[in-house]
Design a protein around this ligand. Sequence first.
Ligand code: LMR
Length: 405
Amino acid sequence: TAATVAAAPEDPLFGLMKAYREDPSDKKVDLGIGAYRDNNAKPWILPVVKKADNAIHNDPNLNHEYLSIGGLAEFTAAAQKLIAGGDSPAIQEKRVCSLQTISGTGAVHLGGLFLAKFHPQKPTIYVSNPTWANHNQIFTNVGLKLAQYPYFSAQTKGLDIDGMLQTLRTAPTGSVIVLHACAHNPTGVDPTQEQWRQIAAVMRERQHFPFFDTAYQGFASGDLARDAWAIRYFIAQGFELCVAQSFAKNFGLYGERTGAFHFVSAPGPDAATASSHIASQLAILQRSEISNPPAYGARIAGRVLNDPALFAEWEVDLRTMSGRIQEMRTGLRERLEARGTPGSWDHITSQIGMFSFTGLTEGQVKILRDKWHVYMTKNGRISMAGLNTNNLDYFAEAVDSVVRE
Ligand code: LMR
């Protein structure tokens, strides 16, 4: 059988990371993977994470036993509240069930697997065009039929709301619609609250199922509640929905694989029972795939989320990250405008979160890499966190040069 397996292409994002690491140039700039960097282009351990980590380390009761199949209960309960709001009626009515997962990827996968197995029809799952590249392979791997809805307008470098709504209107009733809760990856373009209301209205009319992916809560606006607004609005509208939640970025726990999957049942007299049935089926799926999730990251996040003083420190850390990114947006736009770089650059500051969709073409991206040692994905996405006060001038010069070529 070995001979029948053809070589697969390298993962584009991790391939890019490797190429960057191997580049000996001292000018090189990494704008590839969505991971926060400090002003010296170094990974940043959040001070609150360091504090929680130390406390866990010194805890004499710590051991390395298995977690339960659903994960660390104090973590999943707090993760639920972070998404739905502390006073959420859905939580009070016991119609939110939550399992700890292998970060956001594991949560998306568990949700996809659950829908593939238990959705009464074989639904089509709609993702935004473009979306996080991994969505496509995760959902097709579990046998779901994939389709796209328009999202990004190349013309305005903003949201194509008309195209999106039109596709939602014509999609088969009861389709699954993947929505990025905030800080859309890769475009950095989010619907306004008014647009979210329009999206919800069409989805209700067509009985679509919202599948939220949230990996950047606290990164978009620096305000956790505001970044969860869309999810809370859909829950308040009575939707049955699910949420894949990652703590990789907002806790800087990338390698610890810390996340959760939440299924919110629609309100009604049987909602709590339905929710407990769903939880039991999710547990069977989880057991067959990972048995139980890894403990370490959930202990850290759980400790911070459950301690009001640590929680407040976390919010400060989030503002440190989102504030620095915002400064880089302003700084980049100012530099390009000061140079008179052809094109308009206001989208650099109107887009939000970790990424900016620059509008640079694949050819320009290649020149940036070959000639300037600047690494970014082929679609022109840059991770704003890779910019800092030491490389901003250089990057602006590089962009200016390739745009004029
Ligand atoms: C990204 O899009 O850069 C991150 O979400 C990392 C990943 O796993 O793709």
